[in-house]
Design a protein around this ligand. Sequence first.
Ligand SMILES: [Zn+2]
Length: 390
Amino acid sequence: MLSTRRLYEEAPTLARCTARVAACRPDPKDPRYWLCALDATVFYPEGGGQPCDLGTLDGVPVLAVHQDGENIIWHRTAAPLEAGRQVEAAIDWDRRFDLMQQHTGEHILSGTLHRMFGAENVGFHIGSPWVRMDIDLPLTPDQLAQAERAANRTVQRDGPIRCWYPAPQELAQLHYRSKKELDGPVRLVDAAGADLCACCGTHVATAGQVGVIQILSAQHYKGGVRLAVACGMRAVAEMQVLRADAQAAGARLSVPAGQLTGAAERLLAAQSAQKQRAAALQSALADALAAAAQPGRAQVVFLDGPDGDGLRRIAMAVAAKTGALCAAFAPGGQGLAYALAAAKDGDVRELCRRMNAQFSGRGGGKAGFCQGSLPADADRQAVERFLQNG
Ligand SMILES: [Zn+2]
């Protein structure tokens, strides 16, 4: 069988074609599916960081496309198509155009990072929802912002994207990016002068069709950075999500989007001051309860307000004053939080274990102090009787 004619290379804007089925056989990896080869196809097979096209052959869904070592392109279909039959091959054009935008934007950004900072793209995948780009240098946020602006200026200048197979003499003279040693004819893409790279993928016709290139995030990765990038309508969708989120947060904080950081810092400072105030009040409450407690008598107190730390302070302070058991309770989390402080030199662990068993609670701790919670609807009178009777 002859190799498949790759119409997606010759005419990347072709969304459909008529072709003849050259072969069709059950998929050896999954007998529910079939593998069909055509004499020519508009379907791009997965490769070079770009996912395959999806679509139909005479209305039969194409679920995956790959190229084998013989340069034959196989379409994985949900039904067989007999050899020799003429079929109408149609790709999902919106999906393809999005992939072409992402792929071309990646070239422009990679070439720009290479030109400006000598950085190499060492990994690339058009994922969902973002394009992943691994860069071998630890570029700073400022350098990335500079490159993003330069790449978008290339987009605005709208130069042509050219793909071709140079003759060996021409290829020998050219300096181009290539992720791996290539055997066989090398296909180059010149991305509007911003990049020259060996590539088998599909690209938009001019840089302007990329629309916009956005670096959404950068993380440290193997001594370099891993970028999440969005181009074209993906970038527009992301901007809409971020703007809606910023506006909703701004409405809650009574500031316009753009002043969220200052508002968040003020909120955190106020929260920190509140925490300090609460801690001081809980200390004062513990002191007051301890001052009022009668020495030698076990104390069981139900309060509203103290957090776990407050309950601990209260139980410890009261037990220290009375020399007897103190149990302090307050609603907290999903239930009724408790703190148990032992009588002088006592051990509350066994009492804590039995209380948990009787009232479906959880928690524990050291000999002198245990902490945990009972269900919110625990019978408080029964809990108090249980503790007073030991
Ligand atoms: Zn490419």
